[in-house]
Ligand binder design. Structure first.
Ligand SMILES: Cc1cc2nc3c(=O)[nH]c(=O)nc-3n(C[C@H](O)[C@H](O)[C@H](O)COP(=O)(O)O)c2cc1C
Length: 293
C-alpha cells in the first residue's frame, strides 16, 4: 500500500457515529471509539476520499480530495445505461484524421478525464507526454518503423528466434513472427509517403508510469481509455497504438528522446486527430467468454 500519510480530519462534534466512513475506508485508516469515528492507522491512508464522500453530515474531510459541497454526486443528470452503452459502442479506432490541429485546450480537456480513472492503491502514478508537432510525430513514426524492420529481420534468423524464445517464450515468438510481413508492407507504404504507423496523427498522447508501482499497466490503460471516451464526445478520433508502446520499451534511445525516465515504462499511447471518417453503423462483437462458478 502506498503510504501518503494525509488521513482525513474528523469533527467529533459533528460526527453522529453512524460508522459509514469506517465501512467505506478500504485501508483500515478509520475505526470507532466511544461511538465516534477516529483515526486508527493514519499512515495507511491512501487519500481515496471515500470517507468524506460518504459522510452524511460532512464531519469527515480528507482535505486533498474534498470538493465544494455543491458538487454533490447526483446533482447533474447521470448517464443512462443506454447512453453509456451507445458511447462505448460508438467509440471506434479512428486512423483517418483531418489536417486541422487539435487546440491545446481540447487536449487538456481530454487528459483531464484521465485523473478520474481508478489507480491501484490510489497511487495516481500516471504521467502523460503529448506530441503535437507533426515533424516530431513523423520522426517518431520513422523511428518505430526502422526499429521494428531491423528487429523482424533478425527474428527471421533461426538462432535469433531461438534465443528470444528463451526469455520471451515460444508462443510469443510464433505470434511475433506473424507481424513480420506487416512491417515489410508498412515500409513500402512509408516509401510511398504514407504513415502506416502513426496514421499522420495531429497529436499523440503517451502514458508512462513507474514500473515498480503496483499496477502501472492497468492505471495507464484505464486513464487513457477515459481520455479516449472524452475524445469521442469532442469529435476527436483516437487509435491506441501498441507499436509505439512496445518500441519505446525496447529502445533506450527512443525512450530518452521522448524524455521518459529510466525507471518508467510506457503503458499505452494513442494517435489522435479530428475524425475524417464516419462510422455509420454499430458492430457486433463475440459474446463474452464467461465461466460462471
Ligand atoms: C492495446 C491496443 C493496442 C492497439 N494497437 C494498435 C496499433 O498499434 N495500430 C493500430 O492501427 N491499431 C491499434 N489498436 C486498435 C485495434 O486494432 C482496435 O481497437 C480493434 O481492431 C477494434 O476496433 P475498434 O477500436 O474500432 O473497436 C490497438 C488497440 C488496443 C486496445
Amino acid at each position: 500500500m502506498s503510504k501518503l500519510n494525509n488521513p482525513p480530519e474528523i469533527s467529533i462534534e459533528d460526527c453522529t457515529g453512524c460508522g459509514i466512513c469506517v465501512k467505506a475506508c478500504p485501508v483500515f485508516t478509520l475505526g470507532m471509539k466511544n461511538d465516534k469515528a477516529v483515526i486508527e492507522h493514519g499512515d495507511w491512508c491512501v487519500e481515496c476520499g471515500h470517507c468524506g464522500s460518504v459522510c452524511p453530515v460532512n464531519a469527515v474531510v480528507q482535505k486533498k480530495t474534498a470538493v465544494a459541497p455543491e458538487l454533490t454526486v447526483g446533482k447533474t443528470t447521470p448517464v443512462s445505461p443506454e447512453a453509456l452503452m451507445q458511447l462505448l459502442r460508438e467509440r471506434r479506432s479512428v486512423r483517418q484524421y483531418k489536417d486541422d490541429p487539435i487546440p491545446k485546450e481540447v487536449i487538456e480537456q481530454i487528459i483531464n478525464t484521465g485523473r478520474y480513472a481508478p489507480t491501484g492503491t490510489n497511487s495516481q502514478r500516471v504521467h502523460y507526454i503529448v506530441l503535437t508537432s507533426t515533424d516530431e510525430i513523423d520522426e517518431l513514426s520513422k523511428r518505430i518503423l526502422n526499429f521494428n524492420a531491423k528487429f523482424f529481420k533478425q527474428l527471421e534468423k533461426k538462432p535469433f528466434a531461438y534465443l528470444f524464445s528463451l526469455f520471451m517464450g515460444r508462443r510469443k515468438i510464433q505470434e511475433l513472427l506473424t507481424y513480420g510481413p506487416t512491417i515489410v508492407h508498412a515500409k513500402k507504404q512509408r516509401d510511398k509517403g504514407e504513415d502506416p504507423m502513426l496514421h499522420n496523427a495531429r497529436a499523440i498522447i503517451l502514458t508512462h508510469a513507474e514500473s515498480w508501482d503496483g499496477s502501472p499497466a492497468f492505471n495507464c490503460a484505464a486513464a487513457l481509455y477515459h481520455c479516449s471516451l472524452m475524445a469521442h464526445t469532442l469529435g476527436v478520433g483516437v487509435c491506441f497504438n501498441s507499436w509505439l508502446e512496445n518500441t519505446v520499451n525496447n529502445n533506450r534511445k527512443l525512450k530518452a528522446w521522448l524524455g521518459i525516465p529510466k525507471e518508467n515504462k510506457c503503458y499505452g499511447s494513442m494517435t489522435m486527430g479530428y475524425q475524417n471518417i464516419k462510422y455509420r453503423h454499430l458492430i457486433e462483437r463475440n459474446q463474452p467468454d464467461v465461466e460462471w462458478r
